[in-house]
Write a protein that binds this ligand. Structure first.
Ligand code: GLC
Ligand code: CA
Length: 534
């Protein structure tokens, strides 16, 4: 595989396209109703045929699954329902044999209350693990902001939790500890230092087993009360330096949602999603809009229009310019925490969305099932802490038209989550046979991304038309030498036309509802076009 060159990241990232696998819902090999690693290994050829080059796996470590595996009980053991450590090594080998990389989800900031460290930390008598977590001196301590759990276990103290109550925060220390608050330890105190060593050991363990890096969960949250982020940056810079020396091909991907900060801190990739920096929100909506807050303004990808692409661009460019050449922004097609973008939108609208997301710079991430246009399933009860709008996005992958859509041979009631059996629901097998399917559309986009360096992760991005409150959005991609392309998207029902001198000699490469005549771009309602320039 490609070697590390002089740039600031492993060379393979410059061409990588990721596919996110939610392991429990992807492919069940033993009929227990839950996806597993042997199931995933059986689908590697499919992933290869899709045209992706790397996989990000949601957590696969031993866990009571209170938060679908984001509550880790043992970082060094694969959850038995997914297989064994041997299966994980086999996955890495089998993936590598096909030129695919595998990145694991590293929940660095917290563990499960069932983790051995936490059980020891809960003990009345002081021990090696007492300071692995953040504890007040007794349960009556008045604690300031943060979520504190009181009355758990025999230790007289409250512990700080990061997400759900059962995810106690590991103690990486406080940026500016207040001596009057003894639970605020400096980052170089023995507890935080020991925790950093543990994190180091976990990473080393899985890199030595053959994985290609990590997506770091809540990456900005490790050091507490670090207003300017300088202390957390130091922590990640250390890890980055170590990786560069020992594992120069391994990547660090952040869930930070602020690429400027994350890449400055040492990450190679960071996501823009429905939280954190607002760029993605202007395209698809912020978290509160998704959860039904009607006060949220219109977004760009909305049939009725009313969105404002210039707001997206303003924020995006700020991060793009600050991170170019150093790392990558990812605008994923979705992930396990948000409703699928297909929700409330037609197949045609989804094509326009993917035409944009898969032709932007940075590292694309395709969430499993988005490539066939899987839909969001409404009103499902929470499963393993999925709550709110996460459940309907985590339903089983749809492989065939047959029983359980080919996901599993289990009885329907034993499945991890119900399969989408609605009449129109898509599946891989049927779409393989249909040249006009969404699957083949995504394949084509990824093929063009490979064939035209101008569409690649590192090639230039320049807006051509992105006016306040106006449609369409048009941008140029160029690799400086070999090719220049323009991409135009009109997600609105209303057609639009615009004269753009840059498009004077544009030739269509892949378009649906968009044409150029003597420098005039004509776009039907809900349309897109990729054009070769010159
Ligand atoms: C991240 C994960 C999410 C999880 C949370 C707590 O945001 O993506 O699924 O619940 O962290 O670990
Ligand atoms: Ca299984």
């Amino acid at each position: 595989m490609a070697s590390k060159t002089s740039q600031n990241y492993p060379a393979w990232l410059g061409e990588a396209v990721f596919y996110q696998v939610y392991p429990q819902s992807f492919a069940d090999s033993n009929g227990d109703g839950i996806g597993d690693l042997p199931g995933l290994i059986g689908k590697l050829d499919y992933l290869k045929s899709l045209g992706v080059s790397a996989i990000w796996l949601n957590p696969i470590f031993d866990s009571p699954m209170g938060d679908a595996g984001y509550d880790v009980r043992d970082f060094l053991k694969i959850a038995p329902r997914y297989g064994t450590n041997g299966d994980a090594r086999r996955l890495f080998r089998q993936a590598h044999a096909r030129g695919l990389r595998v990145v694991l989800d590293l929940v660095a900031g917290h563990t499960s209350v069932e983790h051995r460290w936490f059980k020891q930390s809960c003990r009345h008598t002081r021990n090696k693990y007492s300071d692995y977590y953040i504890w007040t001196p007794n349960v009556w301590t008045q604690t300031p902001k943060g979520r504190w759990i009181s009355g758990y276990g025999e230790r007289d103290g409250n512990f700080l939790t990061n997400f759900f109550w059962f995810q106690p925060a590991l103690n990486y220390g406080y940026a500016k500890p207040d001596p009057a608050r003894p639970w605020q330890q400096p980052v170089n105190a023995p507890g935080p230092r020991a925790v950093r060593r543990e994190l180091h050991n976990i990473m080393k363990f899985w890199l030595d087993a053959g994985c290609d890096g990590f997506r770091v969960d809540m990456a900005s949250s490790l050091v507490k009360e670090d207003a300017d982020g300088s202390t957390i940056r130091q922590l990640w810079a250390e890890f980055r330096g170590w990786l560069e020396r020992k594992y120069p091909q391994a990547v660090l991907i952040a869930e930070w949602c602020n690429p400027k900060q994350a890449i400055d801190a040492g990450f190679y990739v960071d996501f823009m999603i429905h939280s954190g920096e607002p760029a993605y929100n202007h395209l698809f909506g912020a978290w509160n809009r998704i959860c039904g807050d009607a006060r949220e303004p219109h977004v760009f990808f909305e049939r009725a229009g009313g969105g404002d692409i210039s707001l997206f661009l303003k924020n995006y460019m700020e991060h793009y310019q600050a991170t170019r050449g150093k790392g990558f922004i990812s605008l994923p097609t979705g992930n396990h925490d948000f409703p699928r973008l297909h929700r409330g939108r037609s197949n045609k609208e989804l094509r326009v969305i993917h035409a944009m997301l898969l032709t932007m710079p940075g590292v694309p991430f395709i969430y499993y099932g988005d490539e066939i246009g899987m839909d969001y399933m409404e009103n499902l009860p929470s499963r393993e802490g999925s709550y709110c709008n996460r459940t309907g996005t985590r339903t089983p992958m749809q492989w065939t038209p047959g029983k359980n859509k080919g996901f599993s041979t289990a009885k329907a009631r034993d499945l991890y989550l119900p399969v989408d059996n609605r009449r129109q629901s898509p599946n891989v097998d049927s779409q393989e046979k249909d040249p006009a399917s969404h699957l083949n559309f995504v394949r084509t986009l990824l093929r063009l991304r490979r064939e035209y360096p101008a569409l690649g992760n590192t090639a230039d991005f320049t807006p051509i038309y992105a006016e306040q409150g106006q449609y369409p959005f048009v941008y140029e991609r160029s690799d400086g030498r070999r090719s220049r392309l323009a991409v135009a998207v009109n997600p609105r029902l209303k057609p639009c036309s615009i004269r753009l001198p840059k498009l004077q000699n544009a030739k269509p490469l892949l378009a649906d509802g968009a044409t150029v005549e003597r420098g005039k771009l004509n776009m039907e309602g809900i349309s897109f076009g990729l054009f070769l320039l010159e």
